[in-house]
Every structure is written in structure tokens, then in C-alpha cells.
Ligand binder design. Sequence first.
Ligand SMILES: Nc1nc2c(ncn2[C@@H]2O[C@H](COP(=O)(O)OP(=O)(O)OP(=O)(O)O)[C@@H](O)[C@H]2O)c(=O)[nH]1
Ligand SMILES: [Mg+2]
Length: 393
Amino acid sequence: MLSVALAGKPNAGKSTFYEAATEAEVDVGNYPFTTIDPNRGVAHVRTDCPCLARDERCGADDCRDGKRYVPVELLDVAGLVPGAHEGRGLGNQFLDALTDADVILQVVDAAGETNAEGEPVEVGEYDPVEEVDFVESEMDQWLAGIVDRNWESVVRKGRSPDFDIDEALVDMLTGFGATVHDVTYVLRAMEYPADPGSWDDDDRAELARRVRERTKPIVVVANKADVAPEGNVERLRETDKPVIPATADGELALQRAAAAGAVDYDPGDEAFEIVGDLSESQRAGLEQIGDVMAAHGGTGVQAALNTAVYDLLDHLTAYPVQNETHWTDARGSTLPDAHLLPRGSGPKDLAYAVHTDIGDGYLHAVNARSDRRIGEDYELEEGDVIKIVSTAN
Ligand SMILES: Nc1nc2c(ncn2[C@@H]2O[C@H](COP(=O)(O)OP(=O)(O)OP(=O)(O)O)[C@@H](O)[C@H]2O)c(=O)[nH]1
Ligand SMILES: [Mg+2]
């Protein structure tokens, strides 16, 4: 499963975001380092279900009237402070927890009501633009430290006659969440000495930075948008990262209200409707959330997850079925499964995502939308419904 990690300074709202996105209960508090042990749960990206093209909705557990929720892993870790790579705060432990993440949601406090260390200050007193770059820089330095520590062994290997520097670097970096493909991609774009003994600190730092950039892209979540002073979100947007304004707290409140039958709302909706009896103050609270949503097109929680997976990671959703006419599995369930795959994937990649045996026994595939047989070189598109024919099914 794709893994999305929440990162950022303490007290920015990571655990609130996590709770809103996973419906799990965790500790939330207005002080730094509320979270110490990482929380790991399941969140969802939202997309249009292919059943929207049919007369009947599919009834899959993850489909709410054509809104399809596809699972991803979400990780909530301890807050990070500047100097973490040297062990400040809960530093190294925090950074190690990000090893498996495919993409980072950096939660910043757009309200500026907490300083760089996450300690409460007056609203607007701290400038959130200041905190945008430090997560990236801590991660870069953390990885550079790992490269430095392992360099001796690369140099030692370099003395053997059949040494290949690319191979040695792939070996080293695949241990830290990079794939062979990632490392190869990064090395192709770099100029570097073939002899590891001739590398200097800058070469190693550049390698680390490029590998981090490739393997851990960052989306900035401008949280606490509900109390952010005028202009803060706009200034955050002027940084070089994608920025999604959000109110994690608002999303959580809406979900609680929806569970209590007070509002009609599904995660990712741009607006909600009040359907139950509410006290005056409850109604006022919800209306305030409604104003933030109107300004930003929703609470931002779903938008942040979607931007990370569909835009930054450039993934698409494909739906394997057994029956290409009814779009069902062997038990007759319609569109039971959805898989997230990198753009450029083909039907055989989908077969492997379903099961290794199905991939190994792959014969051919049918595009159930067009009812045409497709070749192995066909590139999947968002929302494709595919029947895989394999010796294993
Ligand atoms: N106004 C407002 N407050 C929020 C929002 N999201 C979270 N908060 C508050 O911010 C404080 C910190 O929230 P947490 O979710 O514990 O923050 P964290 O980033 O997990 O903090 P650590 O675990 O200490 O790193 C709490 O008082 C939350 O209620 C929001 O969207 N708006
Ligand atoms: Mg927390």
C-alpha cells in the first residue's frame, strides 16, 4: 500500500489531521510533543468510481454513491524541530520513521500561533513561511548523514577490480526507501567521480538531496486556515511547494457531526448540509467551518491526500474485474477492488498488484469500458476497469 507520512513542527495539527483522515482516536494537545510513538493507520484518497458510468451504483464498501475511497497508509509521527538530524527534540527517531514513506504531507501552522519549536504564541506572531523549508532541509541532512556514515564501506568496495559505483550506490540507498529505479534516475542526472575516494562532502550532500527529492516529495498543508491571519495562506503559496489550505480540526468536527446524523457530509465534499437538530452554538460552529470550506473548496484534508497521491506521485486508479460485462468479481460483487498504480503502468502491472501468481500467469487483458483486448504495452488510465486473463485465475 502507498504510504503517506505527516511531518512538521510540533503542535501544527498532524495528529488532528491523522484522526480526521483515519477515523482513529489519538492524542491531540496544545503543547509540543503530544505524539511520541508513531501512529499508523489507513486513510483514503477519493476519486470518481467507474460505477458512475452505469445505471446502478456499485455498492462496494469503499464507494459512497459514486465517490470512491481508495486506501493508503497514513503515518503520524512526533513533531520535528530544527536540528533534528543532529538529534534535537525527538529528531533522529522521527526521521527514521519516515524511511518507508512514499510522500510527505508537511503540516504547517498557517495561523502562526506556535513558534518554530511548537510552543504556543499569539495568533500571527510566528511567520509560517519560516517553517516551510526546514523539514526538507532536515530530511536532506539526515540522508546525507546516512550516506556519509556508509561511505567508508563504498570506498572499501571500490578497491575490488569489478567495482561499479552505480551498483554500490544503489545497494546503499535502496535500504533507505529508494528503489533501484529511483537511484538510477538520480545518478543519470548527476555528474560524479567514478572513484568513491574522490567524492567530497558536497558530492554526497547533492546525492542525498536528489534522492530525497525523488523519493520523498512534499506537499505543504497550511493547517488552521480557520484562524489564519489574512494573507498567510497566500504568502505560503508563494513558496516553491504545492500548498493546500486546510482545517483538520474542522474536518474532524464535521465527521463527528456526520456520525451523529447532524450533517450530510462525505470526506472531500466541498460543502455540507445541516440535516439534524442542533443547538445555536453547534450551528454557529459548523457555519464557521462552512465559511472556511467556501473559501478553499473544502476542509483541505482530502485535497491534501489527493494532491500527494494523484499529483505528486502521479498515480492512477485501476479496477480489476473477472466479468468484463458486469464489472464483477467471481462472487458477483461490482468493482470490488481499486488499485493505485504509477502512471505508465500497464495491465501486467495491475495483474501483479492483484497477486504475484496472477502476474506470473498473465496471458492478456480486456479493457471492460471499451470491451477491447489490450496489449501489454497499453498504458492504464484513471478509472480503467480491466479484466485480466491469467493461467492463475
Ligand atoms: N484552530 C485550529 N486548531 C487546530 C487545527 N488542527 C489542530 N488544531 C489544534 O492544534 C493543537 C495541536 O494539534 P495536534 O494535532 O496535537 O498537533 P501535532 O502536530 O500532532 O503535535 P505534536 O504531536 O506535539 O507534534 C491542538 O490544540 C489542536 O486542537 C485547525 O485546523 N484549526
Ligand atoms: Mg501529534
